[in-house]
Design a protein around this ligand. Sequence first.
Ligand code: F6P
Length: 318
Amino acid sequence: MKKIAIVTSGGDSQGMNSAIRAVARTGLANNFEIFGVRKGFKGLIDDDFITLGSKEVSDILYRGGTFLQSARSKEFLTPEGQAQAVENLNAKGIDYVVVIGGDGSYKGAQALERHGIKTFGIPGTIDNDIPLTDYTIGFDTTLNVVTNAIGNLRDTMSSHERVSVIEAMGRNCGDIALQAGIASGVDAILIPEVKPDIEKTAASIKKGFDRGKSHSIVIVAEGAGTAEDVAKQIKDLTGLDTRPTVLGHIQRGGTPSAFDRVYSSRLGHKVIELIQEGITGVGLGIESNQITYHSFEDIFNAKNQINEKLYQIFEDLV
Ligand code: F6P
């Protein structure tokens, strides 16, 4: 019986559990033995494996986070850490490893592949920053969390005639800020991919208030600056009452959206199909609503870019 180990690594994201369930249930139905590795790559080094039967993955489809838990393992970056992980995998006779995580986790998956372990990557990060896929698991849920938070802030900001500067996560990627900005009709977004012009932003906010607007909303992606700094600059330039809000880890929680549940189920299911076709060493994703896959090398060689069309749409609608 061939064996598959599933690892969730890096920052957790909503939908990781549904991906684990999909790999496990599809694998079990096709006579694979399934193991979960606890606490990311650290669990590989510490030999922290659990057997996953159908029952172990029931009741997790709709839960945020990862029931296997996650970690950012510094030890796995060392040759000794990787050698220990490979030794543990070989001792257990694991044939395939499925890594669910972001770009750092993909680097780990590629390292395993280089050590001769057949590996797959499932893009699990709220940041939507993995190249060659339109979406990562968790991004859609986070977008909804951020959109709801902006709605709440709008209520109180308009009661007090204030400017709200909201800091969104995303590391070096502005997708959360951009798409939440479009979904919420905010007045400005500051993202790392586009050089900010704070004077222009402040002038247009002031103009809005002068025309009778009761509030203004600005989203700043964490890769472009902090809410506190931007709020201070806008206050200094406009004299308006301005409040910074850092949404923080709230963005990583909550039940996964229907999209993330379906998407992660499709990805997990596809891993087993790829094994049966003899394809390994790839990261999966979705492009034009088709589940696709690319070698880790191609993924790392491709550059993650902002969707210029969406940015244009934001600018045309603001
Ligand atoms: O990669 C996901 C992410 O939430 C980023 O958006 C953020 O910069 C980072 O992780 C926060 O990491 P931590 O949870 O370790 O503070």
